[in-house]
Design a protein around this ligand. Structure first.
Ligand code: ZN
Length: 494
């Protein structure tokens, strides 16, 4: 690859040349889900964005340790009325152990990630399994004088920190703005300053998820887990920390403060953030009634959806925008994405059928140019929509080859197939099956193929009754059967 990889760093607000701290190895940490409910479109975007980063870094030769956590300790984002953490609240309402709730939604999250073809991270640490590390972090910050104890809880002293280091570097705000913007939150009476955040919170008597600490029986503040687990698995300094843009402030800003207060310098080299998804121009939220879970997308079981959308349509929809752009969901946009993906899949299928011609007009140069353009786009801060547009353009050429309007050499054809497969499957992580994913769907596809084989045997034997019956019944079940000169193909109509 001739072009170096450029990554936009939220901290410096510019694209920077990517240089890993250790040659040939990359450490990457991405904030994972809080497991008290089903994952929605907002979870799919960071998962897919950083899946492509993970795939691409590996593709260009790095050994990547990718850490994505599970937040299973209800953090301080309390319900204002009850002051109860969300996992514990769900557990109480459903009469379950809090860990049963967390496990249930972790399993559901994994299922959705599998369907979206998101690779599992190298390490998936749970916040509840790293209380000791979080207590260790809080102790260090206390020892260095950047935190104080108040009534069994420990708070980060932002004013003191801001005097020695600047608070607000990542989100580009100064402390005064933060003070002016801060609302009164629970526990404000114990804090020296309303902007101070909790590192450790003493548990109220009714609080179920609690652990012993030198200060009180309680639980860690939300920001602690990522600093503690990132450091444990990736070291004091690592390359990439990612997440959604909504995490820049306060979560990641507080992570930076915790890292500097505990170890004296920044832990993270490149901060990467994906932009948000809106629904018909509105922010997504339970209270707005436009909240759609991933499982609902896959089954169509939500009043906001005209129909079900396959996981690959969702993945393609997300990759059609650059990760730093906003994406607006609508049924029309998803239908357009499905069409676009079908065009690419059609190109791949046709490419399989194209035959090479000795002395063909298209040579390996064509594929080499296409490949270079795709790498250039990826190297420009992972510009997936540009990669997709190059593949679309190449589909036009593939169509010409399939229609006999152009010819290609054997070498040229091999090279073109390789470029398509590399970018479509390995880097963008797309699959050709539209109906879903997994073994069940694959078995289902093979069964339809088998029926069509029996049908073609029947046709060869001039058994028209059997042949027509298979076609008609498949059509009645919603399959579109198309006869070609090489046999029959099928797809699910709709
Ligand atoms: Zn985090």
């Amino acid at each position: 690859m001739s072009q170096p990889l450029l990554i936009y760093n939220t901290l410096t607000r510019q694209k920077e040349l990517f240089r890993p701290l250790h040659e040939g190895r990359v450490g990457m940490y991405v904030c994972g889900p809080t497991v008290y409910g089903d994952a929605h479109l907002g979870h799919a975007r960071p998962a897919i964005t950083f899946d492509v980063v993970f795939r691409y870094l590996q593709h260009i030769g790095y050994k990547v340790r990718y850490v994505r956590n599970i937040t299973d300790v209800g953090h301080l984002e309390h319900d204002a009325d009850e002051g109860e953490d969300k996992i514990a609240k769900k557990a109480r309402l459903e009469q379950l152990e809090p860990m049963e709730v967390a496990q249930y939604y972790t399993n559901r999250f994994h299922q959705a990630m599998d369907a979206l073809n998101v690779l599992p991270p190298s390490i998936e640490p749970h916040a509840s399994g790293h209380i000791i590390e979080q207590i260790g972090l809080v102790k260090e910050i206390l020892d260095h004088g950047y935190a104080y104890e108040s009534n069994g809880s420990i708070y980060f002293d932002i004013e003191k920190y801001n005097r020695d280091h600047r608070y607000g570097r990542l989100s580009n705000r100064n402390l005064e703005d933060v003070i002016n913007a801060s609302r009164e939150l629970s526990g404000v009476g114990e804090k020296h300053n309303q902007v101070d955040f909790a590192l450790w919170k003493k548990a109220e008597p009714q609080h179920i998820m609690r652990w012993p600490s030198p200060w009180s029986d309680g639980f860690p503040g939300w920001h602690c887990e990522c600093t503690a687990m990132g450091r444990k698995y990736l070291g004091n300094h690592f390359d990439i920390h990612g997440g959604g843009m909504d995490l820049v402030f306060p979560h990641h800003e507080c992570e930076i403060a915790q890292a500097v207060a505990s170890q004296g310098d920044d832990m993270v080299r490149y901060w990467m953030h994906n932009n948000m998804i809106t629904i018909n121009g509105q922010k997504m939220g339970k209270s707005l009634g436009n909240f759609i879970t991933l499982q609902e997308f896959f089954t169509g079981a939500n009043a906001n959806l005209d129909e079900a959308y396959s996981p690959m349509t969702i993945r393609f929809f997300i990759l059609q925008a650059h990760y730093r752009s906003t994406v607006d969901f609508s049924n029309e946009a998803l239908k357009a994405s499905r069409k676009g993906l079908e065009r690419l899949i059609d190109g791949l299928t046709q490419l399989d059928r194209v035959q090479a011609t000795p002395g063909g007009t298209l040579t390996a140069d064509y594929a080499a140019t296409l490949q270079q353009k795709c790498y250039d786009a990826m190297n420009d801060d992972f510009n997936t929509p540009i990669v997709i547009s190059h593949l679309f353009e190449a589909c036009h050429t593939v169509n010409q080859l399939a229609d006999g309007k152009a010819t290609v050499t054997a070498e040229g054809l091999d090279a073109l197939r390789r470029v398509f497969n590399t970018f479509f499957s390995d880097i963008l992580g797309l699959r050709t099956e539209q109906s879903g994913s997994g073994e069940r769907e694959a078995a289902f596809g093979h069964a339809v193929d088998l029926l069509l084989q029996i049908r073609s045997q029947a046709k060869a034997n001039k058994d028209w009754a059997t042949s027509d019956k298979i076609r008609d019944e498949l059509q009645a079940l919603g399959f579109e059967v198309k006869d070609t000169k090489d046999g029959a193909t099928w797809k699910l109509s709709k």
